[in-house]
Unconditional design. Sequence first.
Length: 155
Amino acid sequence: MSNKMTGVRVVIVDADTVAGWRRVTPSLAQLESAVSDLRRSAPGAVIVILGDPSLRWALSPADAELLDDWINHQQVVLAPAGTIGGHVGFIAAASRKASFLGMVPVVITDRAVPDCPIARMRRVGERWLFDLENASVTEVVPSTGSQYQRRRKPA
């Protein structure tokens, strides 16, 4: 028996992006609302919520407690400490794994994730809309050094 799930779409949601989208402080209520709308708009998709462990410290105490509950019930997975590339690398690895399993990955994030089709999201009133069909891969060019170079003082 094969473990391949050929053609099934997997939507990887970056918890940090969605919880903090256009907000000063991230909100799990916002994340939950967006994922609920995503489930309605893509009923056949497998939805995976991944995040950076630092999300916990940006949340209110009540949301941090709720996040712990979601983690314990495997509703959200945070990147393990020491993950190569941080949580963006974790998302990229999840996308590669989904492709290996024959699934069609799409990522919802505001980050440049190497080799991953990134879908746009927007909010219209209280409703979240996701453009999964037009997801495109963002070219990620590795840095060759410091982004900012120091200037020497003139002699």
